[in-house]
Design a protein around this ligand. Sequence first.
Ligand code: ADP
Ligand code: ZN
Ligand code: ZN
Length: 723
Amino acid sequence: MLVKVALPLPIPALTYSVPSEIVQHVRVGTPVIVPLRKKMQIAFVLELNVSLDGDFKVQDIHGLAEEYPSLSRDHVDFLVWLSKYYHYPVGALIQSALPPHPELEVEKIFSVAQNPDDFPDEKKRALQLRGGKRWGLLQWLFENGPTASIEAQHKSTLQSLIKSELVQVSMRAKEIELKTSTTKSESPNLQEAQLNAVAKIGTALEKNSFTCFLLEGVTGSGKTEVYLHAAQRALASGGGVIVLVPEIALTPQLFHRFQSRLQEPIALLHSGLSDRERSRQWQLLQSGRVRIALGARSTILAPVKDLRLIVVDEEHEGAFKQEDRFRYNARDAAILRAKLGNATIVLGSATPSLESYLQVKSGRYALLRLENRVTAHPLPAVEIVDQKKSTMTGLLTRELIYEIGLMLKEQKQTMLLLNRRGLASHIHCESCGFVPECTNCSVSLTLYGIARELRCHYCGYSQKQIRVCPKCGSEKMESGSPGTEALEKTAQECFPEARVLRIDRDSMSAKNSLEDALTSIARGEVDIIIGTQMIAKGHDFPNVGLVGVVNADASFSFPDFRSSERSFQLFTQMAGRAGRGDFVGKVLLQTYQPEHPSVQFSAKHDFRSFAEQELRQRHSFQYPPYTRLARILVSDASDARARSLAEAIAKDLLNYDQDGVIVLGPAPSLLQKLQNRFRWNIILKSKDTSALNAVLKTTLKRWNHKIGASASLSVDVDPSSLF
Ligand code: ADP
Ligand code: ZN
Ligand code: ZN
């Protein structure tokens, strides 16, 4: 029999022949060992009974890789489908899905084959000498049967018995200890909207057919309670559950909530796990001893058995998209996995993605709505401050400074959002306009005042701050747009007594400092929290009374077709940080464009109107969700080579003249030079998914062999941005 196997390498599936001795053990998903370029490699069987197209010499599979866990057929189907959809080699995909060392942890087992009482008398007497320790241990082992646990004090006796071959040693896979919660939390009485949602999800779970729900509800409307009840139902009917969250930082909270409610061990998966720990969790899931996996995006690749329910919390989040190598979106992968496995999926959000919202409108997803906050607190009042009409101290308007002052008096906390790090976005020479750029990337360097340094955010390059222009010798080096470091300074100057804490990637570099920072905020040791969008997500601080969005324009002015949507989501999420406690919070949005829809609709907490107007825009420009996009990325160490390759591919694409696939570009990426490689993009746009996929497939096939050693070619299906 010929089979197709995937090797965990960036190559397509290969064909091997199965020797007759092992043919009865080979199924889809079986791990095998195959020869490749004179080396033995682990591989997974993808397809049985394949035929060869062409006259190749096929090699034999060397044997079974018994120490590796096999993949289930469903799981293999899912991975193969993902590989086709995202045009990513199936072997490399399996490599990223599998834990790096799926070795079993083994332990030694000691056993006695024969009843020592049946030994010849002479042998018995010899064993009973010297206090009879050896005799005693032999008898104990025989009575207790094979065991791994021998007390330390008997170790030397055991060794001597093994030496004289009276005790046999064998290996077996070690049982992994399961951790369950020590605390138990009871469910509150659900409100009517929650009950309704749980009932509908329950009905879908019983039907065993694919259903996708969009659970729309503001933060605090009780979505997580709905997930918990849905998970309980899925588990009760013997099914497995996957819960996806966008951020590792949010997993511990949710993990404890699920574990204490469900009273079941849960596999917590994220990139911070050690290889061994990941391998352990993987085995527990595969054996079915653990039925729930919770974690960041790669959790969707985990081998959960009999998967019945998938929950994707904050489904709109960009973090579900992986931006390098295997460029998949975990939310979309989750929908696909549910579809293939006839499972139920719940997408939850306060600000659903326009993709999901359009699916609801067209009747393909079912909408569940939680319209009110569970706690009776109304949503915070949002005030739009026109920066054109206000007086500014640094980045702060008079209005925002006034409100911060009130908070300090009331001993409440303020959160200020600014999505720009450092002291200034860049520096430039007043005389000649020179801007220092990174030597490896085509971006200006960010000024960090405390460190007196200029740094590149993309590759980490840094150099000393420049006081004199290297081009014209002028000493007038001026700062560009102020960042979080500058805001921290202003806040401290305006409120010298206030305790100010800055949270961004620069201040939070050490491993635990984010957690420490969050703890000190929760303890009330901080008055003003300044941060990038790191502070927008999920954290629940009851004493935050005021939220200030310092520069709303920076968000929606970003040149991308999704920037309005992202800004709306960000502003709404920030507004959700205010007034989580026993009072009504307040939000100030500082902007130069108060009429911008992202500002207007988020101020009114009006997702519907925002979505409707944004969908009209997308429709008229034929952007997703009305079309599908794909991006072909060409990069090379030489800009000229990258460009001519991109041009050749684009020209070739026009020749295909595929119906309904529009080719745009090539154009240099926004970050044209990144880590010394030059990047060019070709954008494909189509309403017809299969036509788009066909074009991508032929293009990759034609060009992958022709691109030359220094160039690289990759595909980004459903890109999250066009750069
Ligand atoms: P969301 O996930 O939408 O932000 P949660 O499920 O976390 O909302 O609920 C917010 C808070 O309200 C939580 O502390 C939760 O325990 C509580 N809660 C949720 N539903 C109820 C309910 N029906 N009765 C009382 N408290 C509830
Ligand atoms: Zn100059
Ligand atoms: Zn750089």
